[in-house]
Design a binder for this molecule. Structure first.
Ligand code: GLC
Length: 796
C-alpha cells in the first residue's frame, strides 16, 4: 500500500509523486500514452522491450484537487489518488479505465486435500501456481469488455474469463486451452469496451500473471513476482491506434526481404545433402513455387552450433551455391546451448571470455539440450551478443540466407534452470528470474545485428522464444504444434493475437509439427498458410512426409493452387509489410481492427482480414462441406471465386469443397498481382496486374503500391517507388487515376494491366482516348503503358 499522497512535482513530461510509503513517476510519452512507474526493485526502468524511445508528450498540465493529482494531456486526463489509485478519462469526461477499489478476492476451489490426491493419482494435473506476487494491479472489469493480445496464448481470440502466465515455456505436449503459457511472453493486451479500445503494456520481464475476470468478475489484474511496477496506458479509441501506440513503444517489424514472403519448406531434418537436393528438385519438377529450404539440427557436427557435419554435408558451400542457382535460399537452425566440449572453438571462446551464464558460485551453469551437456551464452550482456553476432558470419558468409533460433526459452532437458543462475545484464548482475523471458529476445537481437553487419541486407531471423519488442529483430513461429485439426483452428486466434501484440511477421508450422498430418488437414492448412506472413511447412522427425506432394494427386494440386496464389499475391503482401513499418498492423488481423463498430465481429475466431482488402474464412474442421461466414457491416463483399456480391452485416453460407478456401474482397479494392514464379526473382517483373473490384456507390478508394529492390536497406534512403491507384465512382462512371510514381528505384513497370471485375464496360477511355477493352466472363482487361494517368469507363 502506497498510503497518502504527500507531495508531487512536475518536470517536463514527468510527474513525480511521493506517497507515505513509496514513490511513483507518471510520464506522458505521447498525448495518448502514459507510463505509470514505481521503483519497487530498482530506481530505473528495467525495460528490455523499449529502446530509443522518443517521447512526444505535447503540452502536459497538472492540478491538485481534493488530494488527487490531475494530469492532462491533449487527449487524456489521469487522476492519481492515495495508494497510487489511477483513473483515466478521455477529455469529454468519459471514464476509460479505473483502478478497482475493493478487496482482492480470488474465487475458492472447494476440492479438499484427499480429493486432490486421488485425482492426482489418476494423473490429473492442476495449475496451482501460488507464486508470491510483489506487484499487483487490479482494474475494474466492465460487463461488456473484451480482451485481446498477450502474444501466443492458446484458446480463443477474446481472453476474458481466463488466467495466463508469462513464463517462456517449451512444453511439447499438445497445446490446449488449459496451457497458461507458451514460448513467448508479451505482457500487452487490448481492452475493448463499448466500442472504445485502450491497451496496457506491463513492461516487466519477471514471471507475470494476467487475469481477465477469471478469479473475480469485478476486476481484472496483472501482477509480477518481482521487478518494478511499470506499465503503459495506451489510448485508442480505435484498436488500430492502440496497436500503433504499442509498436511505437516497442518497435515494429522491419520490412523483410521479398523472398522471405515466399513459400518455405522445412523438416526435422533434411539430411544428408542428397535428400535436400531431392526436395529442391521435386519442387521445380512439380512446378510448386518455393523460396526457402531449412536445415534442422542434423546438419551440425554433433549438434555443435556453428559447425557442419562433413559426412552428411561434405561441401556445404558448393551445395548452397547449387541450390542458390536453382533459386533456393537455405536457412539453418542455431540453438543457444553450446556443447561442453574442450577443443570446440565456440565452447573454448565462451569459457575463456566468461560468456556463459553461471551458477551462484560463478561457475558456468550446465544443463542438457541436444548436444548433451551444454552451456548457455549470457545474451543479456553486450559483449556476449557481440561475439554471437560475429559468429553469424560462419553461416552467412558461406551462403546461408537466414538463421532460425530455437530452444531459446531457454529449453533444458535436465529440469528448469534454477532461479539463481546468474546473468550480467549489460553490466548489472541479475538472475534467471529476470532474464528468462528475455533470453530469446536478446539472442534474436544478436543474431539480427550479426547478419545485418555481415550482409548489409535485411536479416531473416526466426525465433521461438520472444518477449515484447522481439518483432524488431525476428519473425516468429508458434513452436511445436501438432497435426491436429484443433491446432489448425487455434492457430487463427493465436496468430491474430500475436499480430495485435506487434508480431506482424509470424506463422505456424503448416501441416503441424508433431503427429502425422492427413491429406485433408495439410490442404486446409496450406490454405491458411497462404495468408500468414511466414508460410513454412515443418514437421518433426519420424512423422510422415508432409511436403506438398507427399499425399495424392488431388492434395498436390490443391497445395500447388494455393502456393501459386501466394506468389500471385506477393506484391499485396509486401505492400502490407511496408505499410506495417509505419502502422504496426500485421498481415493477419482480427476483424475487429477494421470493423470496431460492428460488435458481431468481436469474437470471430475463424475469419481474419489479410490487410484491409481481403477477408479470409478458412475451413478448420475435418469434412466441412460448407461454413457460415460473417461479412462485416459497412461495405459490400465480393466472393473471390464466384464474383457474387454480398451486402455486409450478414451471415452467409459458403460451400467449401476441399479446394475452396472462402475469400471475400472488399468492394473498392485494388489488388496488385505478380505472375506466378517458381521463386522470387525468377522473372523480371515488367507488368503489374491490378485486380479492380469497383466501388458500387459514389465515392473513392485509394490503393498505395510500394516497390523496391526487395532486399537492401536502400529504401531507407528513399530508393523505392510508390504508386497510387485511385478509384472514383460517380453514378455509372468509374475513373481510375494512376499517380505519377514517386520513383527513386530504377526498376519501373512498363505496363499496368487492369483486370476490372465488371460484366461489361462502355465508353472506355485511356487519358481521354477511346479504346476497346477485352471483355470476358465478368472481367474486363485493359493494359496501359506506365505513362497513362487515367482510365475512365461506364459500368453497365
Ligand atoms: C524443437 C523445435 C522444432 C525443431 C526441433 C529440432 O522442437 O521447435 O521446430 O524441429 O526442435 O531442432
Amino acid at each position: 500500500m502506497f498510503g497518502k499522497i504527500k507531495y508531487y512535482g512536475v518536470k517536463d513530461n514527468v510527474v513525480s509523486i511521493e506517497f507515505e510509503h513509496g514513490k511513483a513517476d507518471v510520464t506522458v510519452i505521447t498525448p495518448s500514452i502514459i507510463n505509470f512507474f514505481s521503483p519497487i526493485s530498482s530506481e530505473r526502468h528495467l525495460s528490455k522491450a523499449i529502446e530509443d524511445l522518443q517521447p512526444a508528450p505535447g503540452e502536459v498540465k497538472t492540478d491538485f484537487i481534493d488530494g488527487q493529482v490531475l494530469i492532462y494531456t491533449s487527449r487524456l486526463k489521469a487522476v492519481i489518488a492515495d495508494n497510487f489509485i489511477v483513473d483515466i478519462y478521455d477529455l469529454a469526461g468519459n471514464l476509460l479505465c479505473a483502478d478497482y477499489r475493493g478487496e482482492d478476492r480470488p474465487f475458492v476451489r472447494h476440492g479438499t486435500g484427499s480429493d486432490l490426491d486421488m485425482a492426482a493419482e489418476e494423473g490429473h494435473k492442476f495449475e496451482a501456481e501460488q507464486a508470491a506476487q510483489k506487484i499487483r494491479v487490479l482494474k475494474q472489469l466492465q460487463p461488456d469488455s473484451y480482451f485481446y493480445g498477450l502474444g501466443d496464448k492458446t484458446g480463443h481470440l477474446n481472453k476474458r474469463g481466463y488466467h495466463y502466465k508469462m513464463w517462456n515455456t517449451d512444453d511439447p505436449n499438445p497445446h490446449v486451452e488449459s496451457f497458461e503459457s507458451l514460448y513467448k511472453s508479451i505482457p500487452f493486451f487490448i481492452a475493448l469496451t463499448n466500442k472504445i479500445a485502450y491497451g496496457i503494456f506491463f513492461d516487466n520481464s519477471y514471471k507475470t500473471f494476467f487475469d481477465f475476470g477469471k478469479e473475480n468478475s469485478r476486476y481484472y489484474s496483472f501482477s509480477a513476482v518481482d521487478g518494478n511496477l511499470d506499465y503503459y496506458f495506451i489510448y485508442g479509441p480505435s484498436s488500430k491506434e492502440v496497436v500503433s501506440g504499442y509498436t511505437f513503444l516497442t518497435g515494429r517489424t522491419p520490412l523483410p526481404q521479398l523472398w522471405t514472403l515466399g513459400y518455405q519448406q522445412s523438416r526435422w531434418s533434411y539430411a544428408p545433402e542428397k535428400r535436400l537436393e531431392e526436395i529442391a528438385d521435386d519442387f521445380r519438377a512439380k512446378g510448386i513455387p518455393c523460396d526457402v529450404l531449412y536445415l534442422d539440427i542434423d546438419y551440425m557436427d554433433g549438434y555443435r552450433v556453428f559447425t557442419w557435419d562433413d559426412k552428411k554435408f561434405p561441401d556445404h558451400e558448393k551445395m548452397l551455391k547449387k541450390l542458390q542457382d536453382k533459386g533456393f535460399k537455405v536457412v539453418t537452425i542455431i540453438d543457444p546451448g553450446v556443447k561442453k566440449d574442450q577443443g570446440y572453438a565456440i565452447y573454448d571462446q565462451g569459457v575463456e571470455n566468461h560468456y556463459f551464464a553461471t551458477d551462484k558460485d560463478g561457475l558456468p551453469y550446465v544443463n542438457r539440450v541436444w548436444p548433451g551437456d551444454a552451456l548457455y551464452p549470457d545474451f543479456a550482456n553486450q559483449p556476449v551478443r557481440k561475439w554471437w553476432a560475429e559468429n553469424q558470419k560462419i553461416l552467412v558468409n558461406h551462403g546461408v540466407a537466414g538463421v532460425w533460433n530455437d530452444m531459446n526459452e531457454p529449453a533444458s532437458f535436465n529440469g528448469p534452470l534454477p532461479d539463481d543462475v546468474q546473468f550480467n545484464n549489460d553490466g548489472r548482475l541479475t538472475d534467471h528470474r529476470e532474464i528468462h523471458n528475455v533470453y530469446g529476445l536478446y539472442m534474436s537481437k544478436a543474431t539480427y545485428k550479426g547478419i545485418k553487419a555481415a550482409t548489409n541486407k535485411r536479416p531473416f531471423v526466426i525465433t521461438r522464444a520472444a518477449y515484447a519488442g522481439t518483432q524488431k529483430y525476428s519473425t516468429i513461429w508458434t513452436g511445436d504444434n501438432q497435426s491436429l485439426w484443433e491446432h489448425l483452428r487455434m492457430s487463427l486466434p493465436m496468430l491474430m493475437n500475436l499480430g495485435l501484440s506487434g508480431f506482424a511477421f509470424s506463422g505456424t508450422d503448416v501441416g503441424g509439427f508433431g503427429f502425422d498430418a492427413t491429406a485433408e488437414l495439410l490442404s486446409r492448412w496450406v490454405q491458411v498458410g497462404t495468408f500468414t506472413a511466414l508460410f513454412r511447412n515443418h514437421s518433426s522427425v519420424f512423422t510422415r512426409d508432409q511436403e506438398p506432394w507427399a499425399f495424392d494427386q488431388q492434395t498436390e494440386a490443391i497445395n500447388r493452387k494455393y502456393i501459386r496464389l501466394r506468389y500471385r499475391l506477393l506484391p499485396y503482401f509486401y505492400d502490407i509489410m511496408h505499410a506495417e513499418e509505419s502502422s504496426g498492423l500485421a498481415m493477419i488481423r482480427p476483424l475487429l481492427l477494421d470493423y470496431q463498430d460492428d460488435e458481431a465481429v468481436y469474437e470471430i475466431n475463424d475469419e481474419f482480414m489479410s490487410g484491409s482488402n481481403l477477408l479470409v474464412a478458412p475451413v478448420v474442421a475435418q469434412g466441412q462441406k460448407a461454413r457460415t461466414v460473417y461479412l462485416p457491416k459497412g461495405n459490400r463483399w465480393i466472393d473471390y471465386w464466384t464474383q457474387e456480391i454480398f451486402q455486409g452485416g450478414q451471415y452467409i453460407v459458403k460451400q467449401t469443397p476441399l479446394d475452396t478456401c472462402p475469400i471475400y474482397v472488399k468492394e473498392g479494392s485494388t489488388i496488385p498481382l505478380y505472375p506466378v514464379q517458381n521463386y522470387v526473382g525468377e522473372k523480371q517483373i515488367t507488368e503489374l496486374t491490378l485486380d479492380v473490384y469497383p466501388l458500387t456507390d459514389d465515392g473513392q478508394s485509394l490503393y498505395e503500391h510500394y516497390r523496391d529492390d526487395g532486399e537492401s536497406f536502400d529504401y531507407r534512403d528513399g530508393v523505392y517507388n510508390l504508386y497510387d491507384f485511385r478509384q472514383i465512382r460517380k453514378g455509372d462512371q468509374l475513373t481510375i487515376q494512376i499517380s505519377e510514381p514517386t520513383a527513386q528505384y530504377t526498376q519501373q513497370y512498363d505496363h499496368f494491366q487492369f483486370v476490372i471485375h465488371a460484366k461489361q464496360v462502355m465508353d472506355l477511355k485511356i487519358d481521354g482516348q477511346t479504346c476497346e477493352a477485352a471483355q470476358s466472363e465478368g472481367l474486363v482487361t485493359v493494359t496501359v503503358p506506365n505513362t497513362a494517368s487515367q482510365i475512365s469507363l461506364r459500368l453497365a
